[in-house]
Design a protein around this ligand. Structure first.
Ligand code: BES
Ligand code: MN
Ligand code: ZN
Length: 500
């Protein structure tokens, strides 16, 4: 919605935003701040409007006295909700609310002066700035690439942000940068499957590696057979767009000795279901079956450009197109994995777990991981269970789970723990091979997916599986998101590495 957003330390803004809480007038510190900027009357006027309720999402507007015939400074008073329930994440929505208003009024510059309100709520100023920056930055996402001549080009402006509080301004910069990484992920998600092919994803990874300084390796063609990546080979067989495994590595010169974090992403550039073809139009939207991998790419972008942890991070993307042809893999096929586990294919539409298994085997065997986190649009079942409100989290390691939970809380990307149990693992046993890829009993689909994956992760390695099928896309305008891809997971993973 903006051509670009940046933070400036100098100059004046056309609009200044202040904040207050539900049922409260702006506090004395906020009024003093406004007075210093010559905006006290305008702020008091905004606060006296009936819409200045302080409820989250409320917005009241007034102007300072300008020169004759010219409007003065636009004052925006934003509500942060109930002070006793305040959380920093409220600033993400506040940023988005202000951003939507600025788009409507074609605003070009904005100062955020939340010091008084943040002090009243005893909130962390830097984290608040970051959340506000995320809200504005996420709202700013545009993807016009696929519009043609029949759509008039929208007029967009660049937005400059300011704050008289340096700590808040630094937070804004961080939040904007994280939003940029997230928006990169969203643009990849939005890219249609005739363009975002398997080869395209490999090219994107190479480009990212070049731009931000990561090591990159891609296994394709005969490399896959040599390394026995049988899941990728089989799932990808029917498509002229050939499968590959992408490995990216962030290894800073100041890295501490220790095991790397390994991030794994399901990257199905399209999922027709294969021979177990998707029916009743359920194929539409399956260009987004690559969003686990896109989130991992976005996270690597954030890690290399914003977070810069002193820890090695390895990303593995299992990339394939699940298509149909006479060469397609079939229900009844048996696949032997490099860790020796054999899988009877019962449903070619349960393909994500088959390609993730290759990446998980490799990670455990070759990367000596401190922990593994995988992201995958794995099951419709998780949408039935949790809707678009939470991603499904499967993790039996208490320490890793609490780290992921904290990172999710900071990002405002909700996760809900779902159970792993030996009974789910038993449900995956096959009468023919070791395990099957889907039990036709239609029970606990999300849990079946996690149970299947567990056969490819060594017990000693902390592992977290996030099923993001319900959260990677939004059906409506909400908070900083518009209808379309959310980039879910980029900020969670970035925060996870930030805390490491
Ligand atoms: N990519 C789908 C899961 C999915 C469904 C993602 C809807 C986003 C929206 C996955 O490959 C799939 O087809 N899963 C099947 C598994 C079943 C055949 C065992 C499902 O959940 O229906
Ligand atoms: Mn599928
Ligand atoms: Zn899929």
């Amino acid at each position: 919605m903006f051509t670009s957003i940046s933070v400036s330390r100098k100059g004046e803004s056309e609009a200044v935003a202040f904040a207050h809480f539900q049922g409260e007038k702006p506090d004395s510190r906020t009024l003093a701040l406004a007075a210093g900027l010559g905006l006290k009357d305008a702020l008091t006027a905004a606060a006296s409007l009936p819409e200045a309720t302080g409820e989250s999402g409320s917005l009241a507007e007034s102007f300072s006295q300008g020169a004759k015939g010219i409007a003065g400074t636009r004052v925006l008073l934003i509500g942060l909700g109930d002070k006793t329930k305040f959380q920093v994440g409220a600033l993400r929505n506040a940023g988005a609310t202000i951003g939507r208003r600025l788009v409507a009024v074609k605003g070009r510059s904005l100062s955020l002066e939340f010091d008084g309100a943040l002090a009243a709520a005893k909130a962390d100023v830097h984290a608040s700035g970051s959340a506000a920056g995320e809200g504005l930055g996420l709202l700013g996402w545009v993807c016009d690439e696929f519009r043609g001549k029949a759509t008039p080009a929208p007029k967009r402006t660049a937005l400059t942000l300011r704050s008289s509080d340096a700590d808040f301004a630094n937070g804004l910069s961080r939040g904007l940068a994280l939003a940029q990484s997230t928006n990169y992920c969203r643009t990849l998600s939005q890219t249609p499957p005739n363009i975002a092919t398997t080869g395209f994803m490999a090219d994107q990874a190479k480009k990212l590696a070049r731009q931000v300084g990561l090591k990159v390796k891609i296994w394709e063609g005969q490399d896959l057979a040599r390394e026995r990546f049988e899941g990728l080979i089989n799932v990808g067989k029917a498509s002229e767009n050939k499968p590959c495994l992408i490995r990216l590595e962030y290894n800073p010169s100041n890295a501490r000795a220790g095991k790397p974090a390994v991030l794994v992403g399901k990257t199905m550039t399209y999922d027709t279901g294969g021979l177990s073809l998707k029916i009743n139009n359920s194929m539409v939207g399956m260009k987004r079956d690559k969003d686990g991998g896109c989130a991992v790419l976005g996270a690597m972008h954030a890690i290399a450009t914003v977070i810069k942890p002193r820890r090695r991070v390895v990303a593995l993307l299992a990339v394939a197109e699940n298509s149909i042809s006479d060469e397609a893999y079939r229900p009844d096929d048996v696949i032997t994995y490099r860790n020796g586990v054999t899988v009877e294919v019962t449903n070619t539409d349960a393909e994500g777990r088959l390609v993730l298994a290759d990446a998980l085997c490799w990670a455990c065997e070759q990367e000596n991981p401190g922990y593994i986190v995988d992201l995958a649009t794995l099951t419709g079942g998780v949408i039935t269970a949790l809707g678009s409100t939470y991603a499904g989290l499967f993790c039996e390691d208490d320490a890793l789970r609490s780290k992921v939970q904290s990172a999710a809380d900071i990002a405002g990307e909700r996760v809900w723990r779902l159970p792993m149990h030996q009974e789910y693992r038993d449900m995956m046993k096959s009468p023919v091979a070791d395990i099957l890829n889907s039990n036709p009993n239609r029970k606990a689909h999300a849990g079946q997916g996690a149970a299947f994956l567990s056969y490819f992760v060594e017990d000693r390695i902390p592992w977290c599986h996030l099923d993001i099928a319900g959260v990677h896309v939004s059906e409506k305008n909400s908070g900083p998101f518009i209808e379309g891809p959310t980039g879910w997971g980029v900020r969670l993973l970035a925060n996870l590495l930030d805390a490491d």
